[in-house]
Design a protein around this ligand. Structure first.
Ligand SMILES: *Cc1c(COP(=O)(O)O)cnc(C)c1O
Length: 433
């Protein structure tokens, strides 16, 4: 009998002690990153730029990887474990027989799940003796998460922020700086990659690709600095599995098991973190679950081709086998900017290729998606990040289908972040005066 309990919590000592690595359980070996046919080797550069432990994890075939005790303490400091909620009020508002459960990554201190990998990367960087981390950020969530993690671990942080977004997200910029982060609008005049573009046009809007090039170049020129990425790569998804592992334990406590697992997807880190432990049940225990990744028509990368492609615009990175729209694709701006990336994580792409993941891409005007966010905040009381609104929207759409068919499906969805610093976007799209 399903109860009407609203919240499922874990004790401090139930915080996972290991991450789940899905790589050995995949239906075929994961195609490795590789160099393009022409030009210098990108693969040889990786050990100079990346954190050693992260690089090791990237290629690990161990099913379980221990979370170091010092890092578990940082996860506790950041408020983990996070509750799983039953969306009883939303169910009532929708009049659906479906049972909806959502994971509360919006309790993150900087506003998104990205803190889970930022803390891991900063922890390992500190252990290895690095003094500074460099990165790029688009929507600002990743730069903010890394600045937070470096503040807690006693490292410096340099963020290259796509100028077009840097200019209008004043609250996020202030937060990164308050955490001691050094922030530059990209393209900047600090790197060779940025300087040429900057000199041509000091108001150049920039792109994630350019900002990646700047972050990489900055760390390459400083032996005390390492470069960090906030999504796409295997080790990032690995760190994020803490979300799904907690959720599995919470479903056990609830005495139910999901029929449907949903999250939004940009590069794949929150979807992967939430869904991969459940995917492991499907691949190794014969469980049946439908997975849906919610995307924007501005960047429906899961509908793209499955092939080797660069991860960045400037072709500095190795090539990854992934579902991609092409690294030169022009992606229209949306408020859920964190979902705007040309390619999807190789792990998620392989699973998509084998038919394990369904996808939906919502219209670029974001009206349907943000109306769902409005419904959610009015019923449940939590304001999702614009990206997370895609997850909420997909769960609501599926719950409405259940109303038509009378099915009492158990729907699990991840709310990857809060929208406290994104009200301008909501106001614009929803026409709130
Ligand atoms: C960055 C971000 C995303 C999208 O990135 P993924 O790597 O696909 O998870 C989703 N939600 C929030 C709140 C984000 O900050």
């Amino acid at each position: 009998m399903p109860s009407d309990q609203r919240q499922f919590r874990l004790d401090v000592d139930e915080l996972p002690t290991r991450w789940y690595n899905i790589i050995p359980d995949l239906p075929e070996p994961l195609p490795p990153p590789k160099d393009p046919e022409d030009g210098p080797s990108r693969m040889e550069q990786l050990p100079n730029m990346m954190i050693g432990e992260c690089l090791k994890q990237e290629f690990s075939t161990d099913s379980w990887i221990d979370i170091p005790e010092g890092l578990r303490q940082l996860y506790l400091q950041a408020g983990r474990p996070r509750p799983l909620f039953r969306a009883l009020s939303l169910e009532k508002a929708l009049g659906t027989p479906a049972r909806l459960y959502y994971k509360s990554e919006f309790y993150s201190p900087t506003g998104s799940h990205k803190v889970n990998t930022a803390l891991a990367q900063a922890y390992y960087a500190k252990e290895q003796g690095f003094e500074r981390l460099t990165t790029e950020t688009g929507a600002g969530q990743w730069g903010n998460a890394l600045a937070y993690a470096t503040a807690l671990t006693g490292l410096e942080c340099t963020v290259y922020w796509v100028r077009a977004v840097y200019k209008w997200k004043a609250a996020r910029l202030g937060f990164i700086k308050m955490l001691g982060g050094e922030v530059y609008a990209s393209p900047s005049d600090r790197t060779e990659a940025g300087r040429k573009l900057y000199e041509q046009n000091p108001d150049h809007p920039g792109s994630l690709g350019i900002a990646i090039s700047e972050g990489l170049e900055d760390s390459k020129n400083d032996p005390k600095a390492a470069y960090c990425l906030g999504s796409v790569l295997n080790h990032v998804l690995l760190h994020q599995t803490v979300i799904g592992l907690e959720t599995q334990k919470q479903f056990e406590k609830a005495g139910v098991y999901p029929d449907l697992v949903i999250s939004c997807l940009g590069g794949g880190s929150n979807f992967g973190g939430f869904a991969l432990p459940f995917m492991g049940d499907v691949l190794t225990k014969g469980k049946k679950i439908q997975f849906i990744a919610a995307q924007s028509q501005a960047a429906p990368n899961l509908q793209g081709e499955y092939r080797y492609n660069f991860a960045d615009h400037a072709e500095i990175t190795p090539m990854l086998k992934m579902c991609t729209l092409g690294h030169k694709a022009v992606l229209e701006p949306i408020k859920g900017d964190g979902l705007r990336y040309h390619g999807c994580s190789p792990i998620i792409s392989l699973l998509r290729h084998h038919g394990y993941i369904d996808t939906v891409a919502y219209p670029q005007d974001e009206k349907h998606v943000f109306e769902s966010a409005r419904l959610f905040v009015n019923a449940e009381g939590f304001l999702p990040a614009p990206e997370s609104a895609y997850s909420v929207c997909c769960a609501i759409d599926e719950a409405k289908k259940c109303k038509e068919t009378g099915e009492g499906k158990v729907i699990a969805f991840n709310v990857s972040g809060h929208g406290f610093m994104d009200m301008e976007g909501y106001r614009e799209v929803l026409g709130i005066e």
